[in-house]
Design a binder for this molecule. Sequence first.
Ligand SMILES: *Cc1c(COP(=O)(O)O)cnc(C)c1O
Length: 426
Amino acid sequence: MFQHRDHMGIENGHLTIGGVDAVALAEKFGTPLYVTDESRIRANYRRFKGAFPDADIYYAAKANYNLAILNILALEGAGADVFSDGELFCALKAEISPDKILFNGNSKTDAELEMAVREGIRVSVDSLDELQTLLKIAEVQRTEVEIAFRVNPDVSPKTHPKIATGLKTSKFGIPHAEVISVYKEALALRNIKPVGIHCHIGSQILDVAPFADATRKMMELVDQVNRIGVELKFVDLGGGLGVPYKPGEKAPSPSELADAILPVFEECTKSLGIAPKLILEPGRYIVADSTILLARVNTVKRAYKNFVGIDAGFNLLLRPVMYDAYHNIVIANKADQSPSDTYSVVGPICESGDVLASDRRLPKVEKGDLIAILDVGAYGFSMSSQYNGRPRCAETLVCDGRAKIIRKSESYDDLLRRQVIPSRLK
Ligand SMILES: *Cc1c(COP(=O)(O)O)cnc(C)c1O
């Protein structure tokens, strides 16, 4: 059950995370509750960085931009890939070094670009149209902006279609065939300095072959842009390394990823006599398995199936509904008991799609039991909502056997916050 998850265990029949009893956490802080193990984030980061000692690691903030988590990664020396002004704001708040942040996005507002330029953040430009907007902003601010272009390398990452971002039909990036002409255009602009090249082929990728493919395509482009006089300071190959969610599922390790891409990268840069920095942008790999979501069983119903109704739904964990994602389920207060029946774990949201886990073999489940949903650190809380009038739950961080709140649970007031009733309705 806990393959690869050495920060989790069972003590006295209870699930533990970071050495802390999950049942005690739920009693102390209430449910639903996100629980993150700090040491696991640090270990994941160090394992990744260890596989790429010469590269800069720009953590993809969208996976989980809780400030405490960004702080941990800032302390570890990570940079950040940000996809909005809000993520940039959070990354700067966490004191991630501005020269290690890349502002990405396929549809940035002028205000977002102005903020990036004002803060001296490099921009990954997604279209010629955006280049023109950025040029005007740089002229107004009388500054030079360093950019990369986001390239669409046209590779299939063999993942869920909603998270394949490098297919030629994807909304992201500049088509492979137009890349050289956009660099030529940028070279001619006074306030724009092309210094990087960027791609990101998708997420939850469980095979290194697409990464090697993308690297080869990118390095061909590096050769070509180098030839037209672009002095590349960095080559950013994006994120996307998958993690094993399902029992028995295998994911490549960072060092396997390194073996697949570093030789291609190094051979090319050596033969060109250039030394751009390699940048990688892992999100999921760093945080996914660091976190569990604890939820209380409200009701068990025997109908067409056995339904376990819990107090968390897709308002707090969208991945099962959005991507048909699989998350391991553990009955945290019966963690040492053998499965005895088949259950579907469902949330309280008024949508028949609000199913978090289908047809799982679990020990006998009863009202009051505590369900732990594993590996929810990436694209978990960061995709949460208040749908159905449900305030968001708290987040906690476990370190050295102690748990601290890193986000308080919302109240009813938070449901009303910033709403304004026109006076004629009062
Ligand atoms: C989402 C994203 C990432 C991170 O992807 P993971 O699968 O979480 O590693 C990296 N770079 C860009 C540009 C992204 O959009």
